[in-house]
Design a protein around this ligand. Structure first.
Ligand code: URA
Length: 387
């Protein structure tokens, strides 16, 4: 087999066999297929798509590039969003569901395209590590009920490499590539309960609701076929989620929500998605799950989980009580309206791109992130603003 033949087949929409896809993934992960050939194949996938069988084969090949976890914990859950601007829901839902008694074993990624990543956000907390060994991951889960691990040389190494390559080659927004990236990680952590939050709209990779529904359907099918209690929900990402965009800024906002200080749209979405996880995990009927999630925040139990997880993952837990300990930018610039007006909406993708260019994301694979960079949205659609 050789990479050029496989690139040409996908370029002509000739389906690859399971073996061909496995060969490509394994050879790229081992460094035998170079970045430029893998990039060309990824671009062919972006233009021509993959069949459902190929998408499944890609998901399994990426999952099998590393180990599959068999944690010594009776039941675990995982939640993944397909990505959106200002989407810090995992940072709120993880500790909240854990405080309700569901063990949240989460594998996340870094920033992708115009969207941020949970790993980068958490690393804005000084000392926070996600390159955990399986033993560390399991110990943290047992003690706090919530832990976040990144892809590594032993866990989904194929996604680790392909993810970074897609980010630097404009090959992110493709239904089969997003599906395989997310589901390979979810099947590798092997949680019993999976909640998949598929975003659509200006700030998401899927611009239309119908594309988001296609992605949701195939991910849910793969999750259920693997025997998971799996639900995919489709949610609106036309405006940023919450006020803050950028790594440390998003940790700050997540802490404010976990403190119970902020009850806006972001809070409501997080309560709703936490209730989905609790329901799937058999914690009660919907109304009971909604109450449990709200109580976990108002009682301070969710913040307590987050504080303990930060400490066990090497970070400074004092950030939960004093957000001034997070990185803060030395420079700020206030953007004012050109004239008095009502805000009708945002170009949310553009806001994500501006945040990336300010330093909150990567343009090249090995770029360093400025953890303090980002945007604070002081107004929302419907607000009147003065010049
Ligand atoms: N999240 C992922 O982990 N992968 C994608 O491709 C998109 C969002």
């Amino acid at each position: 087999m050789n990479a050029v033949d496989l690139i040409n087949k996908t370029k002509k929409s000739v389906p690859l066999t399971d073996n061909e896809i496995k060969w490509l993934v394994d050879s790229y992960t081992a460094g035998e297929v170079p970045d430029y050939q893998m990039s060309a194949w990824l671009m062919a996938v972006c233009f021509n798509g993959l069949t459902e069988e190929e998408t499944l084969a890609l998901t399994y090949a990426m999952r099998d590039s590393g180990n599959i976890l068999h944690l010594d914990i009776p039941m675990t859950a995982d939640k993944h969003s397909t990505g959106g601007v200002g989407d810090k829901t995992s940072l709120i839902i993880g500790p909240t569901a854990a405080a309700c008694g569901v063990c949240m074993a989460k594998m996340s990624g870094r920033g992708l395209g115009h969207t941020g990543g949970t790993i980068d956000k958490l690393e804005s907390i000084s000392g926070f590590r996600t390159d955990l060994s399986v033993q560390e991951f399991q110990d943290i889960l047992r003690k706090t009920g919530f832990s976040v691990i990144s892809q590594s040389d032993s866990l989904c190494p194929a996604d680790k490499k392909i993810y970074a390559l897609r980010n630097a080659t404009g090959t992110v927004n493709s239904i089969p590539l997003i599906c395989a990236s997310i589901m390979s990680k979810k099947l590798a952590t092997n949680a019993d309960v999976l909640l998949l939050d598929v975003k659509y709209g200006s700030g998401a990779f899927m611009k239309s609701r119908s594309d988001a529904e296609k992605l949701a359907a195939i991910m849910e099918k793969i999750g259920k076929a693997a025997g998971k209690k799996c639900r995919a929900v489709v949610t609106d990402m036309d405006i940023p989620l919450g006020k803050n965009i950028g790594n440390a800024l998003e940790i700050e906002e997540a802490i404010n929500i976990l403190c119970g200080n902020d009850r806006g749209r972001l809070y409501d979405i997080c309560i709703d998605l936490t209730a989905d996880i609790l329901e799937l995990a058999g914690k009660g009927i919907r109304s009971e799950c909604l109450d449990m999630a709200e109580n976990a925040i108002s009682s301070g139990a969710a913040l307590d989980v987050f504080r303990k997880t930060i400490e066990m993952q090497g970070g400074n837990p004092a950030v939960c009580d004093d957000i001034s300990l997070l990185p803060h930018s030395r420079f700020s610039f206030r953007v004012k309206a050109a004239s008095d007006m009502e805000i009708s909406g945002f170009d949310t993708e553009e806001l994500g791109m501006v945040s990336l260019l300010l330093g909150a994301g990567r343009i090249e694979k090995d770029d360093r992130i400025d953890m303090s960079a980002g945007i604070v949205m002081n107004a929302s659609p419907g607000d009147l603003v003065m010049a």
